[in-house]
Write a protein that binds this ligand. Sequence first.
Ligand code: CAA
Length: 275
Amino acid sequence: MFGVIGAGTMGAGIAVSLVVAGEHVVLIEPDTARREVALEDIGHSLERLAGKRDDLDVAQALRRVTLGTALAKTKGCAMVIEAVPESLELKRAIFADLDALHGPEVVLGSNTSSISISEIASGLSAPERVVGIHFFNPVPVSLLVEVVVGELTAANVVEAARSLADKLDKTPITVRDSPGFASSRLGVCIGLEGIRMVEEGVASPADIDAAMELGYRHPMGPLRLTDLVGLDVRLAIAEHLEAELGERFSPPALLREMVAQGKLGKKSGSGFYDW
Ligand code: CAA
């Protein structure tokens, strides 16, 4: 049994991948409305996957998901994966509770896309069981898991995270704990530059995206991808990377303005595109 903390887009997606692989999941989310949306999203996602897999029974898979509000419900899980918003303070509070709740043999993973695993783990009684298990949106069809190795992460814990990726039919890459890891550092770079290009009137979002989709064969251009990931999420990562790596990651004014206006991308109905 696996615990997943946070039922936003990523937590719900991780839950889908786990139940598709036959695992049971306890999904913890204190917000009632978000729990309801997550359950709906999980159902839709399973339906889409069932369309191309004979071995997936949607009703049975849904029964393998238990929703809850308290971290204590994860007691008995072999691994718990945190997927809450990108705030070190919030993550540290959750990991402190999980550390107290679970014996040292239980692996604690974080789906953080940029926060230091060593900082999340610092001060815990068993920091060696903390590892980055970074999934990609949309999780059910993404092929990658970035396994992030903190200063104290034990080798068997890295192996457990890599084995989980294999079990979910995804490929693990192993990355040292460094700002933005491998994927966010490169992905955010292209995303921020795309936004600066819109700001400067270089081309429309659709034309900038076409440049990368058709010219470079990216499955999705940087602006559509920013809408998919969420402009607020992109902003938080950019601010963190700016603090860690310098001004080349400083968020464009347009990104800040759009977030302030509630244009968060797909989840809010509008961003660089209308959804
Ligand atoms: N659940 C289940 N299945 C899903 C799904 C979901 N949530 N989303 C898409 N799919 C399936 C669709 O059903 C479809 O299946 P078929 O091919 O069998 O019909 C398939 O995936 C492709 O989807 P679509 O036909 O809707 O559209 P598409 O071919 O344009 O692909 C995409 C959409 C999968 C999102 C693709 O554009 C893509 O991979 N884009 C890049 C996404 C990316 O870069 N993600 C990384 C984001 S960064 C991140 O996540 C890290 C971070 O920390 C911020």
